[in-house]
Design a protein around this ligand. Structure first.
Ligand SMILES: [Zn+2]
Length: 153
């Protein structure tokens, strides 16, 4: 979990507290109405919940990007394995008559290690979720969100 994910979780957990205080002060009362309580209960509390609700937690592919020339290498999988493997070093030629880049792509250059478990030094994560179908689906979900549009209840 990265820093931005943790910050997102923190902000999402503080939002209901902030709204509860705001609603309580605006009503000069500690009791919230059933409708206000319903809105607060439906608010997502974590980034994982938000990503799941909007189907943003879809499939990803991690490429190994060359730290020097930015050329990307897709993962390769051994027969029946789900463990990605990447080349040890970059063989891209930035210019047609130049030498291969030869920059290290994975965490270790030790020849004894199992390259199938070596992680990319510069992972480049590709998300497969952005399609027209996904955008139309997301648009419908946003319109149906009761905490954005209370008229849907
Ligand atoms: Zn390179």
């Amino acid at each position: 979990m990265g820093i931005s994910r943790r910050l997102g979780d923190l902000l999402l957990s503080l939002l209901p507290v902030t709204l509860t205080l705001r609603l309580a002060f605006s009503l000069n009362s500690d009791n919230l109405s059933l409708w206000q309580r319903s809105i607060l209960d439906q608010m997502p509390r974590t980034m994982d919940t938000v990503l799941s609700k909007f189907h943003l937690d879809s499939r990803t592919t991690t490429y190994a990007a060359c730290p020097n020339c930015r050329f990307t290498y897709p993962p390769k999988f051994a027969q029946g394995s789900t463990i990605p493997a990447y080349p040890k070093e970059c063989d891209n030629r930035p210019l047609p008559d130049s030498d291969p880049c030869k920059t290290q792509l994975v965490e270790s250059t030790n020849d004894d290690i199992d390259l199938s478990r070596a992680k990319p030094l510069k992972p480049d994560v590709y998300h497969h979720f952005v399609t027209i179908t996904w955008l139309v689906s997301l648009s419908g979900k946003i319109r149906r969100c009761s905490w954005i549009n209370p008229a849907t209840n």
